[in-house]
Design a protein around this ligand. Structure first.
Ligand code: PLP
Length: 386
């Protein structure tokens, strides 16, 4: 097995992820079509683009016109700038003490929600002889980061004293836009609107008004503001991301996960398999070992309950998933052979396993499935559509 990640062919373990950048581009354009009132789309690239590779995804999105990118940490923004990504980079999580100067140098726009961060940014901006733009993050009901909506007036009067900063945007984040009930999100939208009114009265001009995540874009067209932030849907995650009961946009999965059978053995009935012998064969069985484990992102909770695709058929994970290896029961595949490709996430023949399916088996959400595919798994990029 060869890897061509660096352009140099080096032999490596036959475990890899494929990232279809054509599908990513198609998802971006699809989500953009859903926006109302001329709102712009921010492509969220945090957490290595949800495990898909932030630099490659950023470049592919820029190539189809993306000009707003979102990260969670300044470090993620610096990585993108170092790779030459242009456009606006917005840091939804703000920044930590001491990070202000580099943020300014790299033209990364931070979310601000604490006085000390605003003061640091203002000081560094003054030293750089610049006026630096930022967005105010308002907590309208998530209960996490953000100035509580009824404290915004007081906070804003403090912001007005900072001469080297310019407030150009206000964001909030929905807690339940994927839920069946609309009441809580409507309350959040109402609080957000009152914040905008209050800031306008204080003399601020808020160009970038952003509330919606993927689920919000889908379910609350009235809350698209002038900018909307999509993550999960760009990567083709749908079923556990969007609210039920609405027309589902035409999105395509972007990442798949592959390995190959490295060991095959025939064992008698009653053979314990893996750590703790938690699976015992009920019949004479053919057992295949795969060189992929929980350190690669195959969640240990899939032990004795996950499935993989081999020769176009679904076969069960047996025994405990271990750090580097996983065992599957291939007794029902007569022609199975060492080297057969195994799909853990994605399509093979007529069958497919979506991140949403894996999430159900692993008792998590599709976001955690894709972000969990670790750095040890090489990514192979392609532009094929479909
Ligand atoms: C991660 C994140 C998003 C993207 O959410 P999705 O559900 O993946 O679309 C949007 N806004 C903020 C503030 C986030 O942290």
């Amino acid at each position: 097995m060869l890897s061509s990640e660096s352009g140099i062919e080096t032999p490596c373990r036959p475990t890899w992820a494929e990232v279809n950048l054509g599908n990513l581009q198609s998802n971006y354009l699809e989500m953009r079509r859903h926006l109302t009132g001329g709102a712009r789309l921010m492509a969220i690239l945090k957490a290595n683009a949800y495990g898909h590779g932030a630099i490659e995804c950023g470049r592919a999105l820029a190539a189809v016109g993306a000009d707003w990118f979102g990260v969670a940490l300044p470090e993620e923004g610096h990585e993108l700038r170092a790779a030459g990504l242009g456009g606006e980079i917005f840091c939804v999580g703000g920044f930590w003490q001491g990070q202000g100067a580099r943020l300014i140098a790299d033209r990364i726009t931070p979310a601000i929600f604490r006085r000390d961060a605003a003061a640091e940014l203002n000081e560094r901006a003054r030293e750089a002889g610049r006026v630096v733009e930022y967005h105010l993050k308002v907590d309208t009901g998530m209960g996490r980061l953000g100035v509580t909506s009824d404290e915004v007036g007081e906070f804003a009067r403090y912001l007005q004293t900072l001469g080297n900063l310019r407030l150009t945007g206000v964001l909030t984040h929905f807690a339940d836009a994927d839920g069946r009930e609309r009441e809580f999100t409507d309350i959040q939208i109402g609080r957000y609107q009152r914040v905008i009114d209050e800031l306008t009265e204080l003399g601020f001009e808020i160009r970038w008004r952003h509330l919606a995540n993927s689920a919000g874009i889908h379910a609350y067209p009235g809350a698209h503001g002038t900018l909307a932030r999509a993550g999960a849907t760009l990567y083709g995650l749908v079923r556990d991301v969007l609210a039920p009961g609405l027309v589902v946009p035409a999105l395509r999965p972007v990442m798949s996960l592959h390995s190959r059978i490295v060991m095959l053995k025939r064992v008698p009935a009653g053979t314990p398999l893996g750590y703790g012998g938690t699976f015992r064969t009920g019949r004479e069985s053919v057992i295949a070992t795969l060189p992929i484990g929980y350190a690669d992102g195959v969640r240990r909770s899939l032990s004795n309950r996950g499935r993989v695709l081999v020769r176009g058929r679904e076969v069960p994970i047996v025994g405990r998933v271990s750090m580097d290896l996983t065992i599957v029961d291939v007794t029902d595949l007569p022609a199975v052979a060492i080297g057969d490709e195994v799909v853990l996430l994605g399509e093979q023949g007529t069958r497919r396993i979506l991140a949403e399916d894996l999430a159900i088996d692993a008792e998590t959400i599709s976001y955690e499935v894709v972000t969990g595919i670790s750095a040890r798994v090489p990514r192979r990029y392609s532009y094929s559509q479909g």
